[in-house]
Design a binder for this molecule. Structure first.
Ligand code: ZN
Ligand code: ZN
Length: 752
């Protein structure tokens, strides 16, 4: 007997699927192909307009499983934001095809660079592999991305890999959907790909071995990496590290250290589990951690905390294995200059610093430093302190629909932000923007972002300070500009990351920003929305004697605060200040000549660091505050009774005088100051939040990089029933300010 059911056609359906997010350059198409093979569905996939388009046909169950796996099993580097589908006509396809890219408008998201994956690492050290010890091994899960991309869509011909035609073997892998290098755009091998060489001896055999031997013997070597050059030396060799400091003209600012692998990180430091997770993530950032053993003292003078990273490229893996000890790995530049990226530039600028220069013949398209992250006390995931390689240009989702906007950022820790629609692209850290060279690097990075993301700003937001180079640059663009107050922008940056609307209480504590009243602000309580703010409190103002001179000389701030607190005589004695300096400072305070009044929390830290004796001369921005945090051995919660008073104009004043007096009278200055200062801020914040009827407190400003202060403050605010917001993807210091400017400019535009 024949039944009609037995010969019924298979129950086929088709769907057209769109996948949004960071889905290009991350191995998404081969992933879809493998998924289709596994589930026995037919169709095709292609990159288009910043999305991945898939046509797929099969049984309803298989299609359902396929759609679910697109999100659930997406490749490491992908960030799937949305999978949408519509029914489509069944075409009766016989297999699953991977089509070429088509370009158009739409979201243009691209992966950041990714550290060498485990599979590539295994091949790198496998003597039987054809890429054994090949310094440019990569696959769809790892390797360079944004640092080699010239334009989108992401295909080899629009990267600096264009100069290296694939050999037959690489071509076969690249074209085989079943291969883990299928459409890995930077695919290369010793036959066809980039090569390393020594700048001074281009024909030398095994330049890596030569360089490793030099480092072991105490030399300083420049190494071309993903986003530019590093300077490397043996981190256990005090002579080598001291020489590097001397030649780089960087006397004290800590150097980062690279170790070969996680086991070495455990051997040389004492990382916590979340710090290890951050260290070995695909971003491979510099992670701050304690417990260093047997490193040269000059690596991070005065610091218990070190910046540690693992190799992010095969070249660095090879170098670290060959040297087999921790290496200082610092940006390839003299202090204050942009990082070197071209071989010619390195020959000119790094030859005076390095004993040898290891180069390769692939161009660095984008200049990138290493990212720096820190895991805060009680947190499980890291917070970005410096956003660079592998964190920029990952997009930040906005809760608003932004016009095409540029935020030009601040003066220190320069970074810009380009936004459009619901996405903001905060640039990599470019460095302090106080020289023509650094502004040139900034403009170069901006031009690239504009090109790749195709955002032509219609609004340009900048800091209110008229003398910042980023302010003058904003004015030069011929586009409507919006001036954004510095501390408002700090709070807005954190609001933007968390998608907060409405009013919040903002705590903006940093070194300096120009206030509305012409004084220098830096310890501010602001009732903020994205469109405006009202200053409701501030630190007690003191004179900053000699202006900028005081930032290099914390003793001046200590004298100013001591005089304000009525303990000048004790201060002169304790600080060993010369009578000449005391006279100068007193005159500056009395006349106000070149000596602004300031409510800066950064300058308060300077004063206390000088009183505590941990830093009496600063060679880099933030040094006194960092050293004061480091000096806290046993945290204390026994704080002074905070003194907050209301000024005639209604502002709350946070009185710093009891903290200063206590610093002279008590031992354990660092711990007592952190506890007392946190209590003072908390007292004023709780009162201000109650006054304004707010329960959300948003923190911004470089002072909150200080984990001791932020942990104690956060605990007090939380106990009082307030919700505390800190940024995670965006630097809390000036490196994040451009994002806040973008948010404010858009809100201001809507209001006007
Ligand atoms: Zn790989
Ligand atoms: Zn090849």
């Amino acid at each position: 007997m024949r039944s009609a059911e037995r010969v019924a056609p298979p129950d086929l359906e088709a769907r057209r699927i769109e996948v949004r997010g960071v889905v290009q350059g991350v191995g998404f198409r081969p992933f879809a192909w493998r998924l289709a093979e596994r589930l026995g569905v037919a169709g095709r996939v292609r990159n288009a307009s910043g999305v991945v388009e898939i046509h797929v046909e099969g049984s309803p169950e298989a299609l359902e499983a396929f759609a679910a796996a697109l999100t659930g099993e997406a490749p490491t580097l992908a960030r799937v934001e949305a999978v949408s589908w519509t029914p489509a006509a069944v075409e009766g396809l016989g297999g699953f095809a991977v089509d070429a890219s088509v370009d158009g408008a739409g979201d243009r998201l691209v992966s950041a660079d990714a550290a060498t994956c485990a599979a590539c690492l295994a091949e790198l050290f496998d003597p039987g592999d054809r890429r054994f010890r090949y310094p440019f091994i990569n696959c769809t899960d790892c390797g360079p991305r944004f640092t080699i991309i010239e334009a989108l869509p992401y295909d080899r011909e629009r990267t600096s890999m264009r100069a290296f035609p694939m050999c037959a073997e690489c071509r076969r892998e690249y074209e085989d959907p079943g291969d883990r290098r299928f459409h890995a755009e930077p695919v290369a091998c010793p036959v066809c790909g980039p090569r390393v060489s020594l700048l001074a001896a281009p024909e030398a055999d095994d330049p890596l071995e030569i360089v490793a031997a030099l480092i072991r013997a105490g030399a300083i070597v420049a190494v071309k990496g993903l986003g530019g050059f590093h300077l490397a030396c043996d981190a256990t060799d005090e002579g080598a590290v001291a020489r590097l400091r001397n030649r780089k003209r960087r006397p004290e600012k800590p150097f980062a250290v690279m170790v070969p692998d996680v086991a070495a990180a455990r051997r040389w430091f004492a990382p916590t589990p979340p710090e290890l997770d951050a260290l070995s993530s695909w971003q491979a950032p510099i992670v701050l951690m304690t417990g260093a053993r047997a490193l040269a003292p000059s690596v991070a003078p005065g610091f218990a905390r070190h910046g540690v990273m693992l190799p992010a490229t095969p070249l660095h893996h090879l170098l670290l294995r060959a040297v087999d000890r921790p290496l200082v790995m610092t940006s390839g530049n003299a202090s204050e200059e942009p990082i070197c990226v071209t071989n010619e530039d390195a020959a000119e600028r790094l030859t005076p610093i390095a004993d040898a220069v290891l180069v390769h013949d692939r161009d660095v398209v984008a200049r990138y430093d290493d990212s720096v992250v820190r895991v805060r006390t009680g947190d499980v995931a890291p917070s970005v302190l410096r956003r660079a390689r592998s964190s920029a240009p990952s997009p930040i989702d906005l809760a608003i629909d932004a016009a095409p906007t540029l935020g030009t950022g601040s003066l220190l820790h320069g970074a810009f932000c380009l936004a459009n629609g619901g996405k903001a692209f905060l640039s990599q850290h470019v460095g302090d923007l106080d020289t023509e060279e650094s502004m040139a690097a900034y403009r170069e990075a901006l031009d690239r972002f504009r090109g790749v993301f195709r955002i032509e700003p219609e609004i340009v937001a900048h800091d209110r300070h008229p003398d910042f180079m980023t302010t003058r640059f904003a004015a030069s663009l011929g586009v409507p500009t919006v001036a954004v107050q510095h501390h408002h922008a700090h709070v807005a940056a954190t609001m933007a990351e968390h998608g907060l609307g409405g009013e919040v209480l903002g705590l903006a504590f940093d070194g300096l920003g120009l206030g509305d009243d012409g004084t220098v602000w830096g310890g501010e309580l602001l009732v903020c929305s994205s469109s405006g703010y009202r200053r409701v409190g501030r630190l007690r103002q003191v004179v900053q004697p000699g202006g900028d001179a005081a930032t290099r000389d914390p003793v001046r701030m200590a004298l100013a605060h001591a005089r304000d607190a009525g303990v000048l005589a004790a201060a002169i004695d304790r600080l060993g200040a010369s009578s000449a300096l005391v006279d100068v400072v007193e005159r500056q305070i009395e006349t106000g000549l070149a000596s602004p009044r300031t409510s800066s929390a950064g300058r308060l830290f300077d004063a206390v660091a000088a009183i505590a004796g941990v830093c009496r001369s600063a060679s880099f921005e933030g040094q006194p505050a960092m050293l004061l945090e480091e000096a806290v051995r046993e945290p204390t919660t026994s704080a002074l009774a905070p003194v907050v008073s209301r000024l005639p104009d209604g502002l709350l004043e946070l009185d710093t005088r009891p903290l200063i007096v206590d610093a002279f009278e008590s031992g354990d200055v660092a711990a007592r100051f952190h506890a007392g200062f946190a209590a003072l801020i908390a007292e004023a914040a709780i009162a201000s939040a109650a006054d304004a009827g707010l329960d959300r407190v948003v923190l911004g400003g470089g002072v909150f990089q200080n984990d001791r202060l932020t942990t104690e403050l956060g605990a007090r605010l939380t106990t009082a029933g307030l919700r505390v917001f800190l940024p995670r993807q965006v630097p809390i210091g000036d490196g994040g300010i451009a994002l806040g400017q973008v948010l404010v400019a858009n809100a201001t535009k809507e209001r006007s």
